[in-house]
Unconditional design. Structure first.
Length: 265
């Protein structure tokens, strides 16, 4: 959202070199890997190689992937990464991921299927499960919320294979109040919080999502309140004023009061 930015983009060779360093020191044992915004296909392919190798080191490793590709504005979807990332996400990344957090537009891109109703969304999540991930959360959608137009719907699905080979799927809907501003970094915060709360509640997607979305609400409400004060009466807050108040929200992130409940579908 800023006019200027500086710095370098890490390429796949540099990522590989960093990973080699971890390997040489035998510190390549991880419980979780989380990836988000990426612009380069070779970098993404390298991530897949590393995740596969890390899973050989630790078969319980959980890979959380936020397949950041684009979003919808006024009902129209558009990609803000190069289009050649889509097949890499679809064919290589999603199959090795355990948890994915696409928005509605990204879920549609990955499955090649449009979502018009909640039933469509559940079927799309089933298609995504079939590609690999046990947990799928559509972080935001333009579906009509039962609570009304001032609410945003997120949908989650957790598929577990029991010891006898049978599968059980838990599906939930979360409706959270819309906040009238454009924030940057909410998707990153969502994926990070979901990683944390699914770690604490591995078999209860309902509670994990309630804590994730409640923490998000606390952060966003604090941010908009502070931004409005800084901007002054009648002025629209700018990007700098709308920076997420993460540090100030430390207590809400660690132990969020549940202000958003999930519905089991």
């Amino acid at each position: 959202g800023y006019a200027h930015w500086k710095g370098q983009v890490l390429n796949s060779d540099e990522l590989h070199e960093l990973y080699e360093g971890l390997k040489l020191n035998k510190v390549n044992r991880y419980d979780y890997v989380l990836t988000g915004y990426t612009r380069d296909t070779s970098f993404l392919a390298m991530v897949v190689d590393i995740v596969q190798e890390l899973k050989q080191q630790n078969s319980n490793l959980v890979y959380v992937c936020d397949p950041v590709m684009g979003d919808k504005w006024n009902g129209e979807g558009s990609m803000y990464v190069p289009k050649d990332l889509l097949p890499v996400y679809r064919d290589k990344v999603v199959p090795v991921a355990d948890i994915i957090t696409p928005n509605q537009f990204e879920a549609e891109l990955l499955t090649g299927r449009k979502i018009y109703t909640e039933k469509d969304a559940l079927e799309v999540m089933d298609m995504l499960h079939a590609m690999g991930p046990e947990t799928v959360v559509i972080t935001s959608s333009d579906l009509q919320a039962p609570l009304g137009n001032d609410y945003l719907i997120a949908l989650g699905s957790h598929r577990k294979t029991k010891a006898d080979g049978s599968r059980i799927t838990q599906r939930i809907r979360v409706e959270s109040p819309k906040v009238d501003a454009v924030f940057v970094g909410t998707g990153d915060l969502f994926a990070a919080m979901l990683l944390a709360w699914t770690h604490k509640h591995p078999n209860n997607l309902k509670v994990a999502c309630e804590k994730t979305v409640s923490a998000m609400q606390h952060v966003l409400q604090r941010t908009i309140k502070c931004a409005k004060v800084q901007a002054g009466e009648g002025n629209k807050p700018n990007s700098a004023q709308l920076e997420l108040r993460m540090v100030q929200s430390k207590k809400d992130i660690e132990n969020p009061e549940i202000i958003v409940k999930a519905t089991v579908l």
